[in-house]
Design a protein around this ligand. Structure first.
Ligand code: UD1
Ligand code: MG
Length: 466
């Protein structure tokens, strides 16, 4: 038998999100929520059709050509949304219908729905959450057969007590969709075409509709507001952390560790609490990250130590140590064995093997060779108010504390810059550069400056009994 198709309803505005962004594009662990749906269903279906409307162009640019699209110009309800896909659906076969706002559904669950469809004309995925408010309820007859779905707004007090709810996920025979979907009307409390009414329409005509009940109700959690968004994110986060731990990553406190979907981490890496790893970050094995590290699109090779620092679009080679309190900005490449210490900011620079920038420095637009030492307070002055310039610091150079290197500049191999120098010219290899104002010593002046001189003299006189 050929694979089913999938239609994902994603045209709604998501009024309850109170947002300028279409609901299905709100992010959960770095990915728009609709992507969780398209990825869960992808292995099971022939083709995916996404019904778009509100913010449709944005949804299209996010999902690209991996799926096809049907437009719903006016959002007249879930039934109306599915009608917009009919002209694209094959006449035969079957179709999974999913909502773009249920990001927690798993592939295995959808597979079970497809399996159960072999014994019926349509299957509804249902759940029994502790809180049923807002969901459509599944009405069954005395034999336990599904009769219809009643929406919250239409439900009478007895129906509201029903614990089994509609997850918004179904599978139908295409023939039935083509024949009966156009018969839906909007005579209901919301004046919308409810997809849920299709169930009663089919049951009344003698078709067999069954329900496939979820074991874990949380998989069906719809995201309609920001509270549900954070609930869903909590579950996805837990899934990501558990997967990584099973793959050999130590996460000291999964509750306070936030890792985006798609982040790769090697075995025997340890993540300390209060750490956030986002985007396309990739970490090797044997690293120690955190506490309180924030990595965004950062690449760490093996055995990197990174404490309480922010790393953003940068790479760190094996054995390097970063932090605490370092800030690595885009375009930065840290070589193997390098030490970047506290209160150091590095931007768009390369730091060569085993070099040290241990404290209180700014390095911008620089290429630093291997074995270089940049003392505390070194500032690479890369910006003249109009343009950025590059600085080259060659192998083995020693830059003393509190030096300003005014770019463009080359500091030669093995040279030595005396502490406190402001350097404006290239430094030849192996040269000493000393650029300080000469010191002066004026003996006995300090007491006058401190206002103590006359007081001291008085005391002396007293001692002498004068
Ligand atoms: C829907 C179901 C409800 C079920 C719940 C599960 C209906 C009438 N109700 O309610 O039984 O318990 O999902 O989460 O189907 N959409 C469109 N076009 C529209 C309206 C909605 O594409 O005109 C899309 C939305 O973008 C969303 C999905 O359909 O992805 C569900 O719509 P939503 O408004 O969230 O329906 P619920 O009130 O949650
Ligand atoms: Mg919903």
């Amino acid at each position: 038998m050929s694979k089913p198709w999938a239609v994902i309803l994603a045209a709604g505005e998501g009024t309850r999100m109170k947002s300028a962004i279409p609901k299905v594009l709100h992010r959960i662990c770095g990915q728009p929520m609709i992507r969780y749906v398209t990825e869960a269903v992808a292995p099971l279906v022939e083709e995916q059709l996404v019904v778009i409307g509100h913010g449709g162009e944005l949804v299209q640019s996010e999902l690209g050509d991996a799926v096809s699209y049907a437009w719903q110009k006016q959002q007249l309800g879930t039934g109306h949304a599915l009608m917009q896909s009919l002209s694209l659906l094959p006449a035969r076969g079957e179709t999974l219908v999913l909502c773009g706002d249920t990001p927690l559904l798993r592939t295995a669950t959808l597979q079970e729905l497809i399996r159960q469809k072999r014994e019926s004309d349509a299957v509804i995925l249902t759940a029994e959450p502790p809180e049923t408010e807002g969901y459509g309820r599944i009405v069954r007859n005395s034999k336990g057969e599904v009769l219809r779905i009643v929406e919250e707004k239409e439900a009478d007090p007895a129906e509201k007590k029903i614990g089994e709810v509609n997850t918004g996920c179904y599978i139908f025979s295409n023939e039935l969709l083509h024949q009966y979907l156009p018969l839906l009307d909007n005579n209901n409390a919301k004046g919308e075409y409810y997809l849920t009414d299709l169930i009663m329409l089919l049951v009344d005509r003698g078709y067999k509709v069954t329900a496939c009940r979820l074991e874990d109700y949380r998989e069906a959690q719809g995201v309609n507001d920001r509270l549900q968004l954070s609930f869903a994110a909590g579950i996805v986060r837990k899934r990501i952390n558990e997967k990584l731990m099973k793959e050999g990553v130590t996460i000291i406190d999964p509750e306070s560790t936030y890792i985006d979907l798609g982040v790769e981490i090697g075995a025997d890496t340890t993540i300390y609490p209060q750490t956030v790893i986002e985007g396309k970050s990739k970490l090797g094995s044997g690293c120690v990250v955190g506490p309180a590290a924030h990595l965004m699109d950062a690449l760490l090779e093996d055995n990197v130590v990174c404490r309480a620092s922010v790393l953003w679009e940068c790479s760190v080679a094996s054995g390097a140590q970063i932090g605490p309190f370092a800030y690595l900005r885009p375009g930065t490449k840290i070589g193997p064995g390098v030490k970047i210490g506290d209160f150091v900011e590095i931007k768009n620079s390369y730091i060569g093997d085993n070099s040290k920038v241990p404290h209180l420095a700014y390095v911008g637009d620089a290429t630093v060779g291997p074995g270089v030492n940049l003392g505390a307070g070194t500032i690479v002055v890369n910006y003249d108010g109009r343009k950025k310039h590059r600085t080259i610091i060659e192998e083995g150079a020693f830059v003393g504390c509190n030096s300003n290197l005014i770019a463009p500049l080359t500091v030669g191999r093995g040279s030595f810059i005396a502490a406190g120098s402001t350097v404006t010219r290239d430094v030849p290899p192996e040269a000493l550069l000393l650029a300080r104002t000469p010191e002066e010593i004026k003996k006995g002046v300090a007491p006058y400056l401190l206002g103590n001189k006359s007081k001291k003299e008085k005391e002396k006189k007293k001692e002498k009994g004068v």
